[in-house]
Design a protein around this ligand. Structure first.
Ligand code: A3P
Length: 287
């Protein structure tokens, strides 16, 4: 079963999500909500786990109270799965929410209330590679064509949640004007404790060295992969078909090299330079 994309406010979006666009855009945030926003496949789930662990002082029992999507609801999917909007509205503060919406389409109530927003960006090639695999699992997106054609579609921004380029640039330009912490997937991979401390400080917490180490371990790829509350195994099967492959794939930097040919990379690079010409944003694993 595969789904279709449509265009909402200039962004490609799954029809199944777009059907509920008004409710999504009118989501009512509270001043103490924390939003984790990312382009898909950029380390959202990883950041969710880190944030939950930070807020609960590394208590793994509390953090295993429910699967990720129940602990930190996904705004765009509230009409498709539990917890629904009524339950989320009734939850006590502080709530941690997830979204993949680009900066200009984030529900305005988040900006009105000056909510804390954590944005995770991952380099384009690894994001694309992860998305290509993921689009084989997700039922509300079209089944991916051969990789070469998928690369072209990604470059055009004709994939779920639109253009990677506009997404990462949009939050980059906005980060100093709003309460946004901009984090790179590659930086967390390189130095998890340092990045966890950055996130903790942003959330108003100072963690001891021991606690930092503990949270880094509990949110490591190896640990999360076997944690049923953090590895997506509990995610509704009507949305994500994991019968053949799981959500937690490799969690690496540079895995794009296993899929891109030299020629594809050249085409990608030429287009990349063009699309990223108007920004100061740089990724540490460009080539
Ligand atoms: P790969 O497909 O490259 O393995 P998202 O949560 O935004 O959908 O991102 C999913 C990507 O993050 C997947 O990348 C997944 O394996 C990776 N990931 C999830 N948890 C991780 C962790 N603890 N450490 C490193 N990568 C992780």
């Amino acid at each position: 079963m595969s789904g279709k994309l449509t265009v909402v406010e200039g962004m490609a979006l799954a029809e199944a999500i777009a059907a509920n666009w008004e409710e999504i855009y009118n989501f009512q945030a509270r001043h103490d909500d924390i939003l984790i926003d990312t382009y898909p496949k950029s380390g959202t789930t990883w950041m969710q786990e880190m944030v939950d662990l930070i807020l609960h002082d590394g208590d793994e029992t509390i953090c295993m109270r429910a699967p990720t999507h129940e602990r930190m609801p996904f705004i765009e999917l509230l009409h498709m799965m539990k917890p629904g909007i009524d339950e989320v509205n009734a939850r006590p503060s502080p709530r941690v929410l997830k979204s993949h919406l680009p900066f200009y389409l984030v529900p305005p109530s988040f900006w009105k209330h000056k909510c804390k927003v954590i944005y995770v960006a991952r380099n384009a090639r690894d994001t694309l590679t992860s998305y290509f695999h993921f689009d084989h699992l997700v039922r509300f997106h079209p089944d991916p064509e051969p990789f070469e054609d998928y690369v072209r579609r990604f470059m055009k921004g004709d994939v779920g949640w639109g253009s990677w380029y506009d997404h990462v640039k949009g939050f980059w330009e906005a980060k100093d004007k709003h309460n946004i912490l901009y984090v790179f997937f590659e930086d967390i991979k390189k130095n998890p404790s340092r990045e966890i401390q950055r996130v903790a400080k942003f959330l108003g917490k100072e963690l001891s060295e021991d606690l930092l180490k503990k949270i880094a371990k509990l949110s490591s790829f190896e640990y999360m992969k076997t944690n049923p509350m953090a590895n997506f195994s509990e995610f509704p099967k009507e949305i994500l078909d994991q019968s053949e492959k799981g959500f937690m794939r490799k969690g690496k930097v540079g895995d794009w090299k296993s899929l891109f040919t030299v020629y594809q990379n050249e085409i990608f690079q030429e287009d990349y330079e063009c699309q990223m010409r108007d920004t100061t944003l740089k990724f540490s694993d460009l080539k």
